[in-house]
Design a protein. Sequence first.
Length: 632
Amino acid sequence: MKASRLASAILATGLGLGSFAALADVPAPQDVPLNGTLKIDVDATDLARRVFRVHEVVPAQAGPLTLLYPQWLPGNHAPNGPIDKMAGLKVTANGKTLKWTRDPLNVYAFHVDVPEGASSVEVEFQYLSPQDTRQGRVVMTQEMLNLQWNAVTIYPAGYFASRIQAEASVKFPAGWQYGSALELASRDGNTVHFKPIKYDDLVDSPIYAGKYFKRVDLDPGAKTPVFLNIVADDPKYLEIKPEQLKVHQNLVQQMYKMYGAHHYDHYDFLFSLSDKMSGNGLEHHRSSENGMSPSYFTEWDKGVLGRDLLPHEFNHSWDGKYRRGADLATPNFNVPMQDSLLWVYEGQTQFWGNVMAARSGLWKEDEARDMLAMVAANYDKGRPGLQQWRNIQDTTNDPIIAQRRPLPYRNYQMSEDYYSGGQMIWLEVDGKLRELSGNKRSIDDFGKAFFGMENGKWEVNTYTFEDVVKTLNTIQPYDWAPYLRERLDGHGPITGGIEASGWKLVYNDKPSAAAKSAEARFGGANLTYSLGVSMAKGGDISDVLWDGPAFKAGLSPGMKIIAVNGKEFSNDAMKDAVTASAKDKNQPIELLVKNFDQYQTLRIDYHDGLKYPHLERITGKPDRLADLLKAR
Ligand SMILES: [Zn+2]
């Protein structure tokens, strides 16, 4: 981490790759072909121990060689390659073991000296799946595995990843099936050999394999196939009702109608339904990694919250993989990324993920509205950090700063707000486009113009902030640069898109169905917009709104609520106390809290009752939200 930050700092000064290489003694990537093919064989059969065993042949010539373990991972936008799970590294040439040394300034780089007469080195190591989630993402269980090539390969420094040809095979547990964007070359028992592919595309083509597997056609009869590959903890979770299949098939058509082009020659959703393997949501050009709870299909009515996952990851094939911020598109996996345009990459994908969930029928219109109300409330009252010190643009640094570690005061610190904050900004852009054009133009036109060219091509097509502005101007001339910068760099509310869509954000004492599902999912109570506190199951405080009523009374996220108004804590007891204090203005809410080993009584002086966000129509204004959310 330190080495990478140093390298980042040096790159940011504009000195470029040469200086990075000079500093850490790692050859900079060059746009030249690797002479030979990188051969990778992975044994993924040790399910009991959860170990992937790797054997590689790396073309080399006599002299110094630097091998890299991928550090900067696309989609993560961060230097978080799981090198702490890589073990047992052994390098040999012509049958002799070579001594390796780790670069002191770049712990992802290993140096070896290749002896005279050798034309390759052999590399062996293991990738150890976390045994529980405290160690990281669990990627191997008795029923399934998630193989990411960045975790099970090292590659030679000095080349663009696109100039390294790779040939890979995986030995799977007997009887397992797999899904991947990789194309089959041959099968030899349980070992699958894939067709040769560029190393950067290999890393972009993970595998989900499992004992219980189902492959579903999401675009029957299409020239460019789209499949949903499902692995599950138990075969019963693979049951899909016809109406559930239909809304997933609709998703593909709704995306095509908006974008008018796609950027793959085939596409595979990889989808795990598991309580054991860690969930994921990670985009690729021709596939995506998706993970949900086992009951995604079987308890459909309870699953509203996660149903925008597939639309989100699918959208990234256009926004993020094909079109990518120029500062994010790096030549290999060990050059620092810059994340300044993630408010387009993730922000607009968050926007389309939600919209497409509605257009396809994965969400009903009222579900989509409830979800939007929760996002809008976040940027109305739930992010005091936005008013007080940070802006959406600065949060694009968070994949590098926080790397998704839990935070003590997320609402104040902010983290990755370019997702939902970006969504709000794009909703407002849609409203502005409609207003300025008399409803003739909308964000659909931007989507098509910015992401919908070069049908079938999937080489990265980079863009800058100026390119975004230019495309907006071709759709509807306006001062788009200051308009966007004000929202990205400012501290004002970014909820204007709600009113522009003909709706307003209101709060009342009844949670929406979506808010109820959100509470049910974590088993707690979310009183963010009333008391300014949310609790996990059993009274453990999960968040305290900075400067909110609970914060002012002395509550902090480290505490546990033991009793409320003299009664043992429960979610309902908390809510009853809030309601009671609204009826009697002299009645404070008295909490017995535990802080480390001390008990303390705190009083919250709050009398406005329960508050949950909703959207309400503005009479007389056209319902542009309904138009945005309806199927094309
Ligand atoms: Zn995303």
